[in-house]
Design a binder for this molecule. Structure first.
Ligand code: NAD
Ligand code: WQD
Length: 332
């Protein structure tokens, strides 16, 4: 089975490509490398011993995208490609709407034209806005607070409308919670350029001495220790969820949360990181970050029941693997 992976050179995409190759799938990647590096392809080969076919194309370029569909006999698509920085999306909303929506519409048009009906789409827990209760279930009301999140919700709506109009489509929407961690080999992982926005990349940069101190955004939330609670999931558990989604015999439009089902506070994560890596993370309490919610964690029951989704990795693994990746890739 030949799978087109858009954004396959990125953080979650590259881990998923490894799982697909290990599972015997053939992989085609389309990525414009706007937020990833070509070296990822060699690393994927080093881990799996297998090669992928790569096109450095922008999905917004419809002609180039069509050339891929015309040449390759694609059976299914996993669509990771997109811009994902919440803060940047507030500053540059048009860039986010253009990139995330045009690319997806082009992709879906090509799928329809070439009769490729199976798609797995990367959505996000951000579509739940501020949840009314916890854990969050797939049928909770949806709302967003920033343009990035709105692109995810709009794409979910596009997919829903498309399925209503043409139910040859077989669509899986995966709502990820907070992916962290890295491949055990230390070859694949996440190391954003500049100052990170997300917690784990920030912790790692403080631990390596690249940044002086972590600001903990608020210790007065209604949570056990006052700091924000999230559902951190190892990227390798998350990536395997995509293979399970492809194997799911159930057709139609399906939506699943991918999270561990467990909430962890900022302080718990920092403390665990220090313990398992035997390193100090300087920190201070700062004011709340605008737009943040107190707590967010998934009910993963539906994914467990229908996909057989389970999480193998612990919070310790996530902390170890995140640090290991950055240490290996910055020659500390
Ligand atoms: P990433 O930035 O590492 O990967 C995305 C990839 O898409 C990059 O390699 C980038 O170069 C490519 N890309 C972007 N726009 C493109 C375009 N127009 N044409 C071709 N390639 C393009 O991000 P990630 O963390 O691997 O996330 C993958 C997907 O999962 C994204 O859609 C993201 O919104 C979603 N998601 C991520 C998180 C998270 O915390 N990482 C959480 C929920 C959802
Ligand atoms: C986690 C916790 C912060 C940084 C974001 C997106 C979401 C999804 C995942 C794509 C919060 C606290 C953070 C820091 C801190 N991405 N924090 N100091 O906000 O849950 O989700 O990434 O879809 O859409 O919004 O993740 O890692 O930024 O924050 O105290 O320097 O860490 O307040 O409680 P978030 P995060």
């Amino acid at each position: 089975m030949k799978v087109l992976v858009t954004g396959g050179c990125g953080y979650i995409g590259s881990h998923t490509v490894v799982d697909l190759l290990n599972d015997g799938y053939e992989v085609i990647i389309v990525d414009n490398l706007s937020n990833s590096k070509i070296e990822v392809l060699d690393k994927i080969k080093k881990i799996t011993g297998k090669s992928v076919t790569f096109y450095q194309y922008d999905l917004c370029d419809k002609e180039k995208l069509e050339s891929v569909f015309a040449k390759e006999k694609i059976d299914a698509v996993i669509h990771f490609a997109g811009l994902k920085a919440v803060g940047e999306s507030v500053q540059k909303p048009l860039m986010y709407y253009e990139n995330n929506l045009f690319s997806t519409i082009n992709l879906l048009e090509m799928m329809q034209k070439y009769k490729v009906y199976k798609i797995v789409f990367s959505s996000s827990a951000t579509v739940y806005g501020s949840p009314k209760s916890l854990p969050i279930k797939e049928d909770f009301p949806l709302s967003t607070t920033n343009p990035y999140g709105t692109t995810k919700l709009m794409i979910e709506n596009i997919l829903t409308d498309l399925y209503k109009a043409d139910n040859s489509f077989d669509i899986t929407i995966l709502r990820y919670f907070n992916p962290i961690g890295a491949h055990k080999s230390g070859l694949l992982g996440e190391d954003p350029n500049g100052i990170p926005n997300n917690l784990m990349p920030y912790i790692v940069k403080v631990a390596t001495g690249d940044l002086p101190i972590l600001s903990i955004f608020g210790d007065d939330y209604d949570t056990e220790d006052g700091t924000g609670v999230r559902d951190y999931i190892h990227v390798c558990d998350l990536s395997y969820g995509h293979v399970l989604a492809l194997k799911n015999p159930q057709n139609g439009l399906k939506i699943y949360n991918l999270g561990t089902g467990k909430g962890t506070s900022v302080l718990e994560l920092v403390t665990m990181f220090e313990k398992v890596n035997n390193v100090k993370v300087n920190r201070q309490i700062a004011k709340r970050r605008e737009g943040d919610i107190a707590s967010c964690y998934a009910s993963n029951e539906k994914a467990h029941k229908e996909l057989g989704f389970t999480c193998k990795y612990t919070l310790e693994d996530m902390c170890k693997d995140s640090y290991n990746y950055v240490k290996k890739n910055t020659n500390l």
